[in-house]
Design a protein around this ligand. Structure first.
Ligand code: URA
Length: 256
């Protein structure tokens, strides 16, 4: 019993240290002590629930919203999510001189040094906003599909910058995190390319608790930025209440 307590205390100490060293971290990003994993882990960073974010969610979740409404409201949320993700980027301290004196500031990594990776097809919906905000960011793509026979996620295609492992941060994009199967498979591809999990920021619009647990169990150091955590999945593994198929609603492939 005593050794269990010692191990748990050590986990907690390690992760508290990690939290204070995260640049841009805020005090409200507390980390829960996750007993099921036997180790402390960071909670996902969830956009603050404001009338604006709630109104945007009301629009994108309403099955009767037009495609125009769905696209504009989800783009707006993605923009807010990317701002939140950028707050987690590593910074370098710099001093500049204003006309009246020195100012202690910070510099973010150069835009070209960053990489966004789209888990196709859903995350292609997020690329428009990414490229508008950061036109020179590198963009990689990963396509994961479920093998019909085994029901396991299968890597079908990937194209990543060859130097991805030396980049200061990788923004992994997927608007819907349901079971976590595709996300974990995509993370495995990145890690096999030498990317350190602590450098990955997973940017997501709606996630299910099950998906968060799957990602955190496989890669506890990956940070998740989302705008909503929904409770359950249905029998088809769609998020409930969720919003249906994100890609279909965004690209109009749902027959609407
Ligand atoms: N992908 C979607 O588009 N929606 C879900 O609910 C789950 C996965």
């Amino acid at each position: 019993m005593r050794s269990v307590i010692r191990i748990r205390k050590r986990c907690l100490r390690v992760s508290l240290h990690r939290t204070v060293s995260v640049s841009g971290g805020r005090l409200d990003r507390t980390i829960p002590y996750n007993i099921s994993l036997g180790c402390a882990m960071e909670k996902p960073i969830v956009l603050r629930d404001t009338p604006l974010t709630r109104a945007l969610h009301t629009k994108i979740r309403d099955q009767f919203s037009s495609r125009h409404t769905f696209v504009t409201c989800s783009d707006r949320l993605v923009q807010m999510l990317l701002e939140e993700a950028c707050a987690l980027l590593p910074t370098e301290e710099v001093t500049v001189d204003t006309p009246c004196g020195p100012f202690q500031g910070v510099r973010l990594p150069e835009e070209e040094s960053l990489c966004a990776v789209s888990i196709m097809r859903g995350a292609d919906c997020m690329l428009g906003v990414v490229r508008t905000m950061m036109p020179s960011i590198a963009v990689g793509k990963i396509l994961i599909q479920r093998d019909e026979a085994t029901a396991l996620p299968q890597l079908m295609y990937s194209k990543l910058p060859p130097d991805i492992s030396s980049r200061p941060a990788v923004l992994l994009l997927d608007p819907m995190l349901a079971t976590g199967g595709s996300a974990v498979a995509a993370l495995k591809v990145l890690i096999q390319q030498g990317v350190e999990p602590r450098k990955v920021i997973f940017v997501n619009v709606v996630c299910a608790k099950e998906g968060i647990e799957a990602v955190k169990a496989a890669y506890p150091e990956v940070r998740i930025v989302t705008s909503a955590v929904d409770p359950i999945l249905n029998e088809k593994k769609y998020i409930v209440p969720g919003l249906g198929d994100f890609g279909d609603r965004y690209f109009g492939t749902d027959g609407s």
